[in-house]
Design a protein around this ligand. Structure first.
Ligand SMILES: Cc1ncc(COP(=O)(O)O)c(C=O)c1O
Length: 403
């Protein structure tokens, strides 16, 4: 139960005019700067959600804002029928930062996943037999809400009511190489995984899992697609999460942090795979438009400049994790486990997390709960020790009420 309602008129209009797809908190956010956001009533919040791993540089980072302003005065949009300067620059940057050679731009994570599915199927058609189309994904995975991405998602509760789903997906337990091996069939063309399951409860696989998946794919001529929509763009302390595991995927999906708050997604692929997309095989009207690409270039350049922000992400991971572990020892009956990588950290509770999230909101701190009982922290990678302390103090106060 929340004890404050800030803007009844806006909230009632929101409920009246918007489809009811989100169970929204009763606040309206109007302004943001760095780690802070303000409601229409002027109330200040410390943001440990960061748009769920989107605001990697914090809210309204000046370099992203200036890049957008400059680009908005020059050129907002042109069709992909023409070459686009900012898109070329962004593709060069992303391929240089990854193990891939080519990019396709879209507008969201689900679209990046859709493109990856199409690319894997097309590659299989081009290079193997026509009956290879099946993609294996994991239980508990989340790949987006469009129909093929939803069909790929390993969560039945999200798929209910939307049947018939797109065929050609098989789901296996995450972090279980034997189950993956046993699921391969003559129809399999690819394996698609999140390096860390974000929506599924911040689940980190064992150290060798992705390496074993890579070997399995190599042995059976399968593509490895990594959905780095949540883990990419520095979130785990490396630019891509796969870098922690010493492997190279064939296809990478990114979105979320890529535009620093502006909608953009991308699929990156190795040359041989990318060449299965030819004129007319895939497209997006807005994908990679000059404005979104200008934001993404400014975001990436700022993120990797001097390594300061990436260093901060790694330092803060240790500081934050230690503080969360300390809380766990203080509240062993409430907290089951701390897990995650970089600044994608999760705290598994022994009870539902909703009331904890609501109490934090009342105290001016935004956090998220996923999978019912996992508090998920995805703050901007610029977060400071002082801000982590503020969150920890708030959680401590809230837990004291809830034990
Ligand atoms: C791993 C992963 N893939 C895909 C998506 C879908 O991204 P979007 O909501 O931008 O379509 C998400 C969103 O949370 C995600 O976490």
């Amino acid at each position: 139960m929340l004890y404050f309602i800030v803007d009844n008129k806006l909230i009632s209009d929101s409920n009246k005019f918007l489809m009811n797809t989100y169970n929204r908190f009763p606040i309206v956010l109007r302004k943001g700067r760095g780690m802070k956001v303000w409601g229409t009533d002027g109330k200040e919040y410390l943001d440990f959600i960061g748009g769920i791993a989107v605001n990697c540089l914090g809210h309204c980072h000046p370099k992203v804002v200036v890049a957008l302003q400059k680009q908005a005065q020059r050129l907002l949009h042109v069709s992909n029928l023409y070459h686009i300067e900012q898109q070329i620059k962004l593709a060069k940057l992303l391929t240089k930062l990854s193990c891939t050679d080519k990019a396709f731009f879209c507008n969201s994570g689900a679209e990046a996943v859709e493109a990856a599915i199409k690319l894997a199927r097309k590659f299989a058609k081009d290079h193997t037999t026509p009956d290879k189309y099946e993609i294996i994904t994991a239980h508990g995975s989340f790949h987006g809400r469009t129909l093929a991405a939803l069909s790929a998602t390993g969560q039945v509760k999200l798929q209910k009511g939307f049947e018939p789903l797109v065929t050609g997906f098989k789901h296996v337990p995450f972090d279980d190489i034997k189950a993956l091996k046993n699921s391969l069939s003559k129809h399999t063309c690819a394996v698609m995984l999140e390096p860390i399951q974000g929506e599924g409860g911040v689940k980190v696989p064992g150290a060798n899992y992705l390496e074993m998946v890579r070997s399995l794919c190599d042995d059976h001529g399968l593509l490895l697609i990594l959905d780095e929509v949540q883990t990419g763009i520095g979130r785990t302390g490396r630019f891509f999460a796969y870098e922690h595991y010493g492997i190279e995927p064939d296809i990478i999906c990114i979105a979320k942090g890529l535009g620093g708050g502006v909608a953009i997604g991308a699929v990156l692929a190795k040359e041989k795979v990318a060449s299965s997309f030819q004129h007319g095989t895939h497209a997006s009207t807005f994908g990679g438009n000059p404005l979104a690409c200008a934001a993404a270039i400014a975001t990436i350049e700022t993120l990797i400049e001097d390594g300061i922000i990436m260093d901060n992400c790694r330092r803060m991971e240790h500081y934050f994790r230690k503080a969360l572990e300390k809380l766990r020892t203080e509240f062993p009956s409430l907290i089951a486990e701390i897990r995650g990588l970089g600044l994608l950290l999760g705290m598994e509770l022994t009870t539902a997390g909703d009331s904890i999230v609501n109490s934090c909101l009342e105290k001016g701190v935004l956090i998220n709960c996923t999978s019912g009982n996992v508090l998920r922290f995805t703050p901007p990678l610029t977060v400071s020790e002082r801000e982590v302390d503020q969150l920890i103090n708030t959680l401590e106060d809230v837990f004291e009420i809830h034990v």
